[in-house]
Write a protein that binds this ligand. Structure first.
Ligand SMILES: CCCCCCCCCCCCCC(=O)SCCNC(=O)CCNC(=O)[C@H](O)C(C)(C)COP(=O)(O)OP(=O)(O)OC[C@H]1O[C@@H](n2cnc3c(N)ncnc32)[C@H](O)[C@@H]1OP(=O)(O)O
Length: 238
């Protein structure tokens, strides 16, 4: 509780530009330098960076430790590079040339904000139980109600985590439906844990669920259920 309050105060101090607190970087959001440097595009952004608070680092270290025996696996995450091979995705587009052009300019939405300002997260896959845990620290640009995360930002992280869970399980799949119950507001700057799992597979349909809890697991912030559909290789995305 104390830690989350300190973290919230720090966030608010950054926003108000208080002395001793580093101001937010004033960069032109459309500057090509920030978006298309190949160094950034191919850098794994789910590794610790200076914006991560103590909870985030501790959890990351714990999961990395659990990954040593192979039961958990850290999933890398890039600004625009897909974990799927381009060949696996290409078949779903009617025009391969157009798809290549589009992808060369595209960025994964949760990775589109500067370090520390938006979505800071790392995902771990439990290879034995077939579930994914995402540790998530929502930055000051994700505000909804004052001091708390925007519901759309929460939905984004839920979708991304469930999506990763679906893709790891069956390959390329898309969200068909997503139902979220927001139970408690999530303080800006705090760290939460998203636990996702595949509940049932029926043909191309995957039913998944997840919950978002505090680090001490005492608070349930949100719960969600979803349907993902594995894409049919015969159908094109139009
Ligand atoms: C190219 C992708 C890249 C992937 C890499 C991403 C990495 C990043 C990860 C980020 C992750 C972020 C992820 C994102 O943000 S994904 C972005 C948000 N999602 C979309 O834009 C998806 C839009 N929808 C579609 O494209 C199609 O409708 C899909 C592909 C979903 C299904 O169209 P398709 O033609 O393939 O299937 P079908 O119509 O034959 O239906 C098949 C079965 O499914 C049942 N059904 C369908 N819809 C619904 C529904 N709404 N409720 C209940 N049931 C539904 C249907 O009744 C049938 O059941 P049955 O009759 O057989 O029993």
């Amino acid at each position: 509780m104390l830690r989350s309050c300190v973290s919230r105060l720090r966030t608010l101090a950054v926003l108000r530009g208080q002395p001793g607190v580093a101001p937010l970087p004033a960069k032109d959001p459309w500057s090509p330098r920030r978006s298309f440097s190949s160094e950034v595009i191919h850098m794994d952004l789910s590794l610790p960076n200076p914006s991560w608070n103590e909870d985030m680092r501790l959890l990351f270290d714990q999961f990395m430790k659990k990954s040593e025996d192979g039961s958990w696996k850290h999933l890398p995450s890039y600004k625009s590079k897909f974990t799927q091979r381009t060949e696996d995705i290409k078949i779903y587009f009617p025009d391969a040339k157009l798809m290549k052009e589009k992808l060369s300019q595209a960025q994964l939405f949760p990775r589109s904000l500067e370090e520390g300002l938006g979505f800071e997260y790392a995902m771990f896959h439990n290879c034995v139980e077939d579930r994914i845990v995402c540790i998530f620290q929502g930055g000051p640009y994700l505000q909804g109600a004052p001091g708390f995360l925007h519901g759309g930002a929460i939905a984004t992280m839920i979708d991304a985590t469930l999506g990763a869970c679906a893709i790891v399980a069956v390959g390329v799949a898309m969200t068909a439906s997503l139902n979220i119950s927001f139970k408690r507001p999530i303080p800006l700057g705090s760290v939460v844990v998203i636990n996702s799992q595949v509940d049932k597979v029926e043909g191309r349909k995957l039913f998944l669920s997840c919950n978002i809890r505090s680090v001490d697991e005492k608070t349930v912030y949100s719960e969600a259920t979803s349907l993902f559909v594995k894409l049919d290789p015969k159908t094109r995305l139009t």
